[in-house]
Design a protein around this ligand. Structure first.
Ligand code: SAH
Ligand code: SF4
Length: 383
């Protein structure tokens, strides 16, 4: 019998099917109606049927048309022949000692992404991936070292939430006390390099006939793709987190090549505009702490100055570096991290230190995918 490593939950659930060409997941309601029309559903019924199907998929979590009991048997047969509402294959399902969960899912073309669920006392956060890999090659990030990169489709983005809620038993959508109460687009990939699919997926997530998650409960993290930050404010209006990580162009360009294209002044101007649009909400500035690179007292003071100079409505989120094999950086000492945080706090800006979660299952920031792929390959084959 196969012995499972600590924290791995055996896969008892049947593997769901997911046919990307037939899936109705990730389409707008109008697109679903259009698909129904294509298979000969009378035009005046299409809208109503699309609404029913939508409710089954996103409110009740249906994984097959057979569950859709208010749709006639004949119609269900027709839907089964032509369409699909199944899930991708779950290759790995891990639970950390601290309760963090991670799913590695495989899409029909063989590409895989990871999704992480972080339970907290009064809420739960789902960290969603937007791309397989990432083209941006930030020096401190493991995802950026992956060779293979492609955008996820809107279906694949939404699937991550559906799979998490399947496993957490969170159907039908509860109106309050949800396990998955917030979504962060902070998994693998740069969400603003896949703007259209992310935008479409988030509008489906926000739809009040389905999952109904408000835009205030969604945070998109970007490395600073300036033109799309403007679009993000206009078209999605979700909370924005920005991977700042350095307070001057020289250091930022060294660790984040995107800074060559969109230097700090352009980025800060875009952020100023964003907080102007959503001025009741603060922008989160993510700041990874790398020993002897960006962790000095002067860096902390410059960070405060930068926020004040641009009159930014912002809070800082300090992320101690999570090492990975071959990475050239180190995490600063706890004393250094605390000092850095207190310099900022003392000047009136919130700067909590993010506690890494799920480190034992390689679910922490910047550790996604490549590492688990390696670990999985190392595992002995089941006999
Ligand atoms: N591409 C987007 C979103 C995904 S990365 C972005 O860069 O914002 C999510 C967060 O994890 C980012 O703030 C990223 O800078 C951070 N991160 C990447 N590698 C890390 C590492 N090794 N340790 C800690 N945080 C890391
Ligand atoms: Fe891509 Fe974000 Fe990693 Fe940079 S930090 S390589 S943008 S995923």
């Amino acid at each position: 019998m196969k012995t499972l490593p600590l924290g791995v939950e055996p896969l008892v659930a049947p593997r769901h099917t997911f046919d990307e060409n037939k899936s109705l997941i990730g389409l707008t309601r109008d697109e679903v109606a259009e698909k129904l029309k294509e298979i000969g559903v009378p035009e005046k019924q299409c809208k109503m049927r699309a609404q029913q199907i939508w409710h089954w998929i996103y409110f009740r979590g249906a994984k097959s048309f057979d569950e859709m009991s208010n749709i006639s048997k004949d119609m269900r047969g027709k839907l089964n022949e032509n369409f699909d509402v199944g899930r991708p294959e779950i290759v790995e399902n891990l639970i950390s000692k601290d309760g963090t969960r991670k799913w590695l899912m495989k899409f029909p073309d063989g590409q895989e992404v990871e999704t992480v669920f972080i339970p907290e006392e009064d809420r739960g956060t789902l960290c969603i991936s937007s791309q397989v890999g990432c083209t941006l090659t930030c020096k401190f990030c493991h995802t950026g070292t992956q060779r293979l990169v492609r955008n996820l489709t809107s279906a694949e983005i939404i699937m991550q939430l559906l799979v998490a809620r399947d496993h957490l038993g969170e159907w039908p959508s509860p109106s309050e006390g949800r396990l998955v109460s917030t979504i962060v687009l902070m998994g693998m990939g740069e969400p603003l390099y896949n703007f259209d699919n992310v935008n479409k997926a988030m509008h489906i997530v926000m739809d009040d006939n389905g999952i109904n998650l408000s835009r205030r409960r969604i945070t998109l993290s970007t490395s600073g793709v300036v033109p799309e930050i403007y679009r993000c404010g206009d078209e999605m209006g979700v909370n924005l987190a920005v991977s700042l990580h350095a307070v001057n162009d020289e250091t930022r360009t060294k660790i984040m090549p995107i800074n060559n294209k969109y230097p700090l002044h352009e980025l800060m101007t875009a952020l100023q505009n964003y907080s102007g649009i959503k001025n009741s909400r603060k922008i989160t500035l993510e700041y990874i702490l790398l020993k002897n690179v960006n962790d000095s007292d002067q860096d902390a003071l410059d960070l405060v100055k930068l926020i004040k100079d641009y009159k930014l409505h912002a809070k800082v989120n300090l992320i101690p570096f999570n090492p990975w094999p071959g990475s050239e950086y180190e995490r600063p000492s706890n004393a250094r991290i605390k000092k850095f945080s207190s310099i900022i706090f003392d000047r009136g800006i919130s700067a909590p230190i993010r506690t890494p979660r799920g480190e034992d299952i390689l679910a922490a920031c910047g550790q996604l995918k490549s590492e688990s792929e390696k670990a999985r390959k190392k595992k002995p084959q089941a006999s």
